[in-house]
Write a protein that binds this ligand. Structure first.
Ligand code: GLN
Length: 259
C-alpha cells in the first residue's frame, strides 16, 4: 500500500470515528434534555411512597402524566424534604413535588406551579390522651410536639406563641413523619402535627392513635421550580391545566383518597 493510500484510509477511519463520537455525544445530550428530574421525599403516603423498588402515589402519577405531556421521561430522586428546595434552586433537580405547601418564605426561593391539591395540617394524639381539642395544646413547656423537620408543621409549630406556635424548644424534629409517629407511640412527644392524608395512613398503620377532629392549618400543594426556569414552569402549568380539564388529576386523587 502506498503511503498516500494509507493516509487516505487513515483519514476516512478518523472521520468515521469522530462522526460516531459526535453522534453518540449528541444522543447523550438529547437524553438528558428529555429527562424531567423530580425531587421528592417518598415517605409521605398517599402522595409519595416506595412500593418495593418503585415509587407510587398521587404526586408520582401526576408527575408521570406531566412528563408525558412534555415528551419527557420522569426520573425521581428521593431526598430529605428539607433538601428539595435547595436542589431545585441549584438546578440539581428540575422540579420538587412532595405534597409541598406554597408559603411566602418558599416563594422567595422558588416559583410554584398552580395548585393541584389542598392539604390540611392536623394533630395526631394517643388514644386516651388528655389532649382532645386544639385548645388543649399548650405552649408553656408542659407539652412536646413531634414534626417532620422543615415541613410547615415544623415551621408553624416552632413559631412563637404570639404567632400561633408553641415555641421552637417544645418542638422535636424527625426526618420523616413516620419517625415522629413512632416517637408519639413511645410517649416521647404529646402530639404530632402533620398533613391530613399521611396522618390517616399513619393512624391506620399504628394502633392506639387518633386524629383530632379539627383543622390546624389549611394549605395549597404545588410543584416548585427554580426562579429562572420560567419556561419549565409555564410548560408544567399548561400540562396541569390540561390534565385537570381532562379530569385526570381528580381521578388520581380519587384513586388514592377514598371519600
Ligand atoms: N405540606 C408540608 C410542607 O410542605 C409537608 C410536606 C411533606 O412532608 N412532604 O411543608
Amino acid at each position: 500500500m502506498s503511503k498516500k493510500t494509507f493516509v487516505k484510509i487513515l483519514s476516512v477511519v478518523l472521520a468515521l470515528v469522530l462522526g460516531m463520537t459526535a453522534l453518540w455525544a449528541c444522543g447523550g445530550e438529547k437524553e438528558d434534555e428529555n429527562v424531567l428530574v423530580m425531587a421528592t421525599n417518598a415517605s409521605f403516603p398517599p402522595y409519595e411512597y416506595k412500593e418495593g423498588d418503585s415509587f407510587a402515589g398521587i404526586d408520582v402519577e401526576i408527575a408521570t402524566l406531566i412528563a408525558e405531556k412534555l415528551g419527557m421521561t420522569l426520573k425521581i430522586e428521593d431526598v430529605e424534604f428539607g433538601s428539595i428546595i435547595g436542589g431545585v434552586q441549584s438546578g440539581k433537580f428540575d422540579m420538587g413535588m412532595a405534597g409541598m405547601t406554597v408559603t411566602d418564605e418558599r416563594l422567595e426561593m422558588v416559583n410554584f406551579s398552580s395548585t393541584y391539591a389542598t392539604g390540611v395540617q392536623v394533630v395526631i394524639v394517643a388514644e386516651g390522651s388528655t389532649i382532645t381539642s386544639l385548645d388543649d395544646l399548650k405552649d408553656d413547656g408542659s407539652m412536646k410536639y413531634g414534626v417532620q423537620q422543615d415541613t410547615t408543621g415544623d415551621i408553624y409549630a416552632s413559631d412563637t406563641p404570639e404567632k400561633g406556635g408553641y415555641g421552637s424548644d417544645n418542638v422535636i424534629r424527625y426526618k420523616t413523619g413516620a419517625e415522629a409517629v413512632q416517637a408519639l407511640k413511645a410517649g416521647k412527644v404529646d402530639a404530632v402535627i402533620i398533613d391530613n392524608e399521611p396522618a390517616k395512613s399513619f393512624v391506620a398503620a399504628n394502633e392506639g392513635l387518633r386524629i383530632l377532629d379539627a383543622e390546624w392549618a389549611v394549605e395549597d400543594y404545588a410543584i416548585c421550580v427554580a426562579k429562572d426556569n420560567t419556561d419549565l414552569l409555564d410548560k408544567i402549568n399548561t400540562a396541569l391545566a390540561e390534565l385537570e380539564a381532562e379530569g385526570k388529576v381528580q381521578a388520581i386523587i380519587d384513586k388514592y383518597i377514598k371519600a
